[in-house]
Write a protein that binds this ligand. Structure first.
Ligand code: TEU
Length: 568
């Protein structure tokens, strides 16, 4: 793998790269206020280098009222004091580059904060020069503004309630697909697009290496604001490809340095993703799709859960593998700051099985075709926190859900199972660096509770320890750098009818890999035909020596173990 900062990198260098996501608020507290910050990131670069990651995706650190923990931006070109300053960010960019690691910033341009100067101008009057930078509409005909049912259409916010907020001063509603403090920008207005592109160019000139683009497939709204389910009415709107191609031309096309563009696209399907990530179309390099993490959403919405089987999960990811095999590129992820912890959701976080299942999840994800993302703490096998009280939750999505349900007579205790399973707060407990009080995250009272299991699950207990989750991730990341078949090989799904075995082949120029993963506590007998011709193969990855022996000597895969074989 060429060094991440080598100037003569191929345009698609990111195909052999691994991205580490930092949600700074929960990563490490460098100034003793109980909130993670940029200094805390700088203090832990050895951890990233030890892992071997190529890129850091940094969740927002811009000026923000923190209504949605920074995804509500009030100044795109300054750093919020809670996280540090532009000078500290410059120091981080340089320090990462010195270690051969690139920095991708989170670009949140579907909406701003309602405290952004642009919105303050827009809301100041109906004749403001920036009125049309946002979506303003009068009350529905025959209704009085501010009264229930007077909203311009029936769209709902992702964070509960209507997607429209009444502004008494100017007698109109403004659109917010997320919180009322996150008004949607009007991308139909070329002034808005140009302001966004100028800001992006400013960041590239500052040394940033690309962007993860927050809900970018929501920026093209149907001009008539079609009624119905807001999400599906908005996602992948009529001008999406036009806007992304324009952004590429205006920001990236002539940029001398290689960069990375990732489009977060809730609801995108394989066919749309093939277009968005087709390199010939110059739109984005890859997308974050939601099909596998949206499995299990019941009729009542995200917190109404239905069980998800491994075959369902496998079918979803392998559909994306085959769908983008010949055109486009996959992002590969199990969790992030919006999703519960992978080992609790897709693995088995019982203490007897947690490590093995965390390593096996990693084996599958990191030997598939695509760019893998490691979410902070995933490399340690961090788990969900068994929330018990409302006071432990911090996320606006969770809190608004509880409030909305309370209004419908549904109490917290009834909501607790769904919150424990998928509340975003699960991913936002502090990274567990050590067994010390505060888990080495902060010496102050942290903004959100530390998981008590940091006594057993922490970085200090795993660095350099053979067989640890951390060292397994390190082995897999190195494999992607060392064996071109991992990044560039074809994928052949295998045993797709097996209830507990996730198996697939990889091939590139005669070199072959076979990934075998058991998603059950019970050992499984590998189908004989699967191992034909693999008797002399080399074991390149294994979750344990017993797992390797089991496969090679007895054709048995032990509970929650995984093995990767290699042959030419
Ligand atoms: O998330 C977009 C998004 O779709 C998520 O809100 C997701 O649907 C939800 O969290 C699942 O429960 C992006 C950011 O990643 C998220 O943190 C922000 O809250 C959101 O956009 C608004 O900026």
């Amino acid at each position: 793998m060429p060094h991440a900062l080598d100037q003569d990198l191929p345009r698609d260098w990111w195909k052999a790269a691994v991205v580490y996501q930092i949600y700074p608020r929960s990563f490490a507290d460098g100034d003793g206020d109980g909130i993670g910050d940029l200094r805390g990131v700088l203090d832990h670069l050895d951890h990233l280098e030890h892992l071997g990651v190529d890129v850091v995706w940094l969740s927002p650190v811009y000026r923000s009222p923190q209504d949605d923990n920074g995804y509500d931006i009030s100044d795109y070109q300054d750093i919020d004091p809670v996280f540090g300053s532009l000078e500290v960010l410059d120091e981080l960019i340089a320090a990462l580059h010195d270690r051969g690691i690139r920095l991708v910033m989170d670009l949140v341009v579907n909406h701003t904060s309602d405290e952004h100067a642009w919105f303050a101008d827009s809301r100041s009057s109906r004749t403001s020069a920036r009125r049309d930078w946002y979506w303003w509409r009068p009350p529905r005909d025959g209704h009085t503004g501010g009264e229930p049912g007077a909203e311009p259409n029936a769209w709902r916010s992702f964070f509960s309630g209507p997607a429209w907020e009444w502004d008494e001063a100017t007698g109109e509603y403004y659109l917010h697909l997320f919180s009322r403090k996150q008004p949607d920008l009007n991308w139909e207005n070329p002034e808005v697009r140009e302001a966004v592109y100028a800001m992006m160019r400013w960041w590239l000139a500052r040394g940033v290496d690309g962007f993860r683009m927050d809900v970018i497939n929501l920026v093209s709204k149907p001009e008539d604001l079609t009624d119905g389910d807001s999400f599906h009415a908005v996602a992948d709107g009529p001008r999406m490809h036009e806007f992304l191609a324009e952004m590429h031309r205006e920001v990236f096309a002539d940029h001398p340095r290689a960069h990375l563009t990732v489009g977060e696209m809730p609801g995108v399907d394989v066919d749309q993703a093939r277009l968005y990530t087709d390199p010939q179309r110059r739109e984005v390099d890859m997308v974050f799709q939601f099909e596998h993490v949206d499995l299990g959403i019941g009729a009542g919405g995200k917190f109404d859960r239905t069980p998800v089987t491994m075959p369902q999960l496998r079918a979803s990811l392998m559909r994306w593998q085959t769908g983008l095999a010949d055109r486009g590129w996959n992002s590969l992820y199990w969790d992030n700051h919006d999703q519960p912890r992978a080992v609790s959701r897709f693995g088995d976080d019982d203490p007897a099985w947690r490590e093995r299942s965390a390593k096996t999840l990693a084996t599958v994800l990191h030997t598939l075709r695509g760019t893998p993302y490691v979410y902070q703490g995933e490399e340690l096998g961090m788990t969900n926190l068994p929330f018990a009280e409302l006071g432990q939750l911090r996320d606006i999505e969770s809190l608004n859900h509880v409030a909305e349900q309370a209004g419908a007579g549904v109490g917290f205790e009834e909501l607790l199972p769904g919150l424990r399973e998928v509340a975003r707060d699960n991913a936002r407990t502090p990274v567990q660096w050590s067994a010390r009080p505060g888990a080495g995250f902060s010496d102050a009272e942290p903004w959100i509770g530390v998981n008590p299991n940091h006594l057993e699950i922490n970085a200090e207990a795993q660095v350099g320890v053979a067989g640890s989750v951390l060292e397994h991730y390190r082995t897999l990341i190195a494999l992607r750098h060392d064996l071109p078949v991992v990044a560039h090989g074809s994928v052949t799904p295998l045993a797709m009818d097996h209830p507990d075995l996730w198996a697939f082949g990889r091939e590139l120029e005669g070199e072959q890999l076979l990934t075998l993963a058991c998603f059950s506590r019970e050992p499984l007998a590998l189908p004989g035909e699967l191992l034909e011709g693999w008797a002399e193969a080399e074991v390149v990855v294994s979750t344990s020596a017993e797992a390797a022996a089991g496969v090679q000597e007895g054709g048995v895969l032990l509970g929650w173990e995984s093995v990767v074989l290699r042959r030419r």
